[in-house]
Structure formats: structure tokens, C-alpha cells
Design a protein around this ligand. Structure first.
Ligand SMILES: Cc1cc2nc3c(=O)[nH]c(=O)nc-3n(C[C@H](O)[C@H](O)[C@H](O)COP(=O)(O)O)c2cc1C
Length: 190
């Protein structure tokens, strides 16, 4: 089973990275094929709404030649796409949002169109891994809703969220329970 993991936090040893590590370890231990992209280290421009992606409806495409190209290639062959990013103002951090925006119409060939063209990522599964400062139900709820709507719009199957809160900046974020939940989340996706 192939996974494309989009990691998007500027903190390389931060909270999201801390729960992503055991998640990825569990996937690999169980034989999954994992492509990992750290999008804070990539050059990914925002969608320019040029609609170049809509000209050829037969293939996933974006005319902007930057680090989004290998991500789209990986997503094309993935069974599961995983976004792993902290909550920034009830949404995704800017580099992650750029990936989401760019992936939408690269794969959905129906921008303002009637009749609709194909949804080329249809039936792929999508999971969200996130961390936040507020309690999860108030910190990660809107980010999760956005991803659910994205999945509905693009025909993907939303398979759930692993969300953890950093309750107190003075205390260590990571503990055994969070590690166990991350490993269990990985196994549930396999
Ligand atoms: C710019 C910025 C915006 C944030 N916005 C939110 C927010 O809207 N809701 C929330 O619960 N936490 C918010 N936080 C807190 C982070 O989501 C939280 O500390 C997270 O665990 C950081 O993850 P990281 O260590 O992987 O970067 C924000 C943090 C920053 C830096």
C-alpha cells in the first residue's frame, strides 16, 4: 500500500513531527511504501487560477514547474494521502495550503464546467494528522471540516484525523499514549 505524506511544520522537532515519526515508523514496519515531502523545505507557489490544468482532462497536470510536480506524481500512485501539519488559525500553514490548492484542480477536471470532467484522485483515501493549542474539538475542528469538504469536492474518501493538543508549553508534548495513538492510527489505515 502506498502513502504520500505531506509534512508541513517549520518546527522539525515539533509536535506534529513528534507524532508523525511513530506513525511513519509503524507504516514502514508493516511494509507500506511511503513517499515523504517536507513542504517547508520545498518551493511551492500558490495556485494562479490560470486554468492551465483544465486543458487536458486525461491527466493530472499543473503548468507551474516547481516542487509540486513530484508531489502530484506521488499522489497519482498513492492509495492514501496524509496531510501532517499543525493548525494555523483554524486551517493549514501557508505552504500546506498551497499544496492543497494546487492539487484540487490538477486532479479535478471540472473547474466551472458543465458537464463535469473526471476527478482523477477519486476514491483515494485521505487522512489528517494535526496538532493544536486549543482542545482538539475547538482547535482542529475547522481544519478537519475543510479537509472533509475538499474530499467531498474531489471524490476522495476521508478516513479520519489524528489530532493532539499541546496543553502547556512548559511540559513535554510527547508521551507514550500519544505514541500508541499514532501507531494505532497508522495500523488502521493499512
Ligand atoms: C501562526 C500560528 C497559528 C496558530 N493557530 C492556532 C489555532 O488557530 N488554533 C489552535 O488550536 N492552535 C493554533 N496554534 C498552535 C499550534 O497549532 C500548536 O502549537 C501546534 O502543536 C504546533 O505544532 P508544531 O510544533 O508541529 O509546529 C497556532 C500556532 C501558530 C505558530
Amino acid at each position: 500500500m502506498k502513502f504520500t505524506i505531506i509534512f508541513g511544520s517549520p518546527r522539525k522537532q515539533g509536535n506534529t513531527a513528534s507524532i508523525l515519526a511513530p506513525f511513519m515508523d509503524e507504516l514502514k514496519k508493516n511494509g507500506a511504501d511511503v513517499d515523504y515531502f517536507d513542504v517547508y523545505e520545498a518551493h511551492i507557489e500558490g495556485c494562479k487560477a490560470c486554468l492551465g490544468c483544465q486543458k487536458d482532462q486525461s491527466k493530472v497536470s499543473c503548468v507551474i514547474q516547481d516542487d509540486m510536480q513530484p508531489i502530484l506524481k506521488s499522489m497519482e500512485t498513492a492509495d492514501v494521502i496524509v496531510y501532517a501539519a499543525p493548525v494555523y488559525i483554524w486551517s493549514a500553514p501557508a505552504p500546506v495550503k498551497a499544496v492543497i490548492d494546487r492539487s484540487v484542480y490538477s486532479s479535478c477536471k471540472y473547474y466551472g464546467d458543465d458537464p463535469y470532467g473526471p476527478a482523477l484522485f477519486k476514491d483515494k483515501r485521505l487522512a489528517l494528522i494535526t496538532t493544536c493549542g486549543y482542545p482538539v474539538e475547538k482547535g482542529a475542528d475547522i481544519f478537519e471540516d475543510q479537509m472533509k469538504r475538499y474530499c467531498k469536492h474531489c471524490g476522495l474518501s476521508y478516513v479520519g484525523m489524528l489530532a493532539e493538543r499541546q496543553r502547556n508549553l512548559k511540559e513535554a508534548f510527547m508521551d507514550n499514549e500519544k505514541e500508541m495513538r499514532a501507531r494505532a492510527f497508522a495500523r488502521a489505515l493499512l
